[in-house]
Write a protein that binds this ligand. Structure first.
Ligand code: CMP
Length: 135
């Protein structure tokens, strides 16, 4: 089934100039860019986007990190895009992520893990509407 998913290139990806590297991986895989914007995520947006994590011990540091620089929000479209993208980014912790995945190849951190991607159809819908409200 053709799906859409929301991907964020987080501030560490922008600061490390890895946007092209990461975007290239998704494009070479065969995913289509449907929408794309650069933005500074506000505390309010972070609290809505990461609603499941507000209240967890790591949330204050997560909010400081995600609001601390520019991010890039992208909607990708493709066959089973949600699970394809999740496989490509690897598990949360860059140290544990498999080689060949984005986090496994490019991150050594659990928090500064370069990318976020929707984990289900429901969260993809919610996150796309959150980052591209006018559409
Ligand atoms: P992401 O996939 O965007 O979803 C939630 C984010 O919180 C995660 O990537 C990390 O950036 C961060 N995160 C998750 N778990 C931890 C943790 N235990 N310690 C620090 N940061 C975390």
């Amino acid at each position: 089934m053709i799906e859409r998913t929301l991907v964020l290139f987080k501030p560490d990806a922008v600061v490390r100039r890895l946007c092209g590297e990461i975007l290239g991986r998704f494009e070479r895989k065969g995913l289509n860019i449907v929408k794309m914007r650069m933005l500074k995520i506000t505390s309010d947006l972070a609290r809505v986007h990461y609603a499941d994590h507000v209240g967890k011990s790591f949330y204050p540091d997560l909010e400081e990190y995600i609001t601390g620089g520019l991010s890039v929000a992208i909607v990708f479209e493709g066959e089973e895009a949600i699970s394809v993208v999740r496989k490509m980014i690897g598990v949360t912790n860059g140290i544990e992520a498999e080689a060949g995945t984005i986090r496994g190849d490019l991150s050594m951190s659990k928090r500064q893990n370069l990318v976020h991607a929707s984990d289900s159809n429901e969260s993809a819908q919610r996150e796309i509407n959150l980052f591209f409200p006018a559409d």
